[in-house]
Design a binder for this molecule. Structure first.
Ligand code: ADP
Ligand code: MG
Length: 149
């Protein structure tokens, strides 16, 4: 069982796209096990994006992700890392396929609406950063057996 963190970035809230984006994730069959709204502080932003420190876009990225509230979602299930990344689309919305979240709602790499964990290890790490164990709910969905064989 994998887990993934999704962050609906400040542009998603400002543009009123939380509902449409969460709808796509739910409709795909993904199971939400944690959800919260918060404003990311600079220290957390730097930690979350530590792999990008030193790159030219890093200061703008920290400014962007801390510029307003975000919605953070934890998702659990079989192969959710790859499923979520494919539903989100390419990092640069110019290259993102139609039908993906970035391909349908975004046009600029600096305003690409959504973060998704990129490996099972980073999924585990990011879930632990954003959620306390008691904030995660392992629940049985009556449709589970219709979503996964
Ligand atoms: N060239 C760039 N210019 C501006 N922002 C960028 C650029 N590359 C990446 N970013 C920002 O940094 C985030 C993290 O980059 P990366 O981990 O490569 O992509 P992803 O979010 O698809 O995993 C991107 O989602 C985007 O917000
Ligand atoms: Mg990434």
């Amino acid at each position: 069982m994998e887990q993934s963190i999704i962050i609906l970035k400040p542009d998603a809230l400002q543009r009123g796209l939380i509902g449409p984006i969460l709808t796509r994730l739910e409709q795909r069959g993904l199971k939400l096990v944690g959800l919260k709204l918060l404003q990311i502080e600079e220290a957390l932003a730097r930690k979350h994006y530590a792999a990008h420190e030193g790159k030219p876009f890093f200061p703008g990225l920290v400014q962007y992700i801390t510029s307003g509230p975000v919605v953070v979602v934890a998702i659990r299930g079989k192969a959710v890392i790859e499923i979520v990344r494919n539903t989100v689309g390419a990092t640069n919305p110019i290259k993102a396929a139609p039908g993906t979240i970035r391909g349908d709602f975004a046009v600029d790499i600096g305003r690409n609406l959504i973060h998704a964990s990129d490996s099972p290890a980073s999924g585990d790490q990011e879930v632990a950063i954003f959620f306390k164990p008691e904030e995660l709910v392992a629940w049985n969905r009556s449709t589970d057996s219709w979503v996964n064989e």
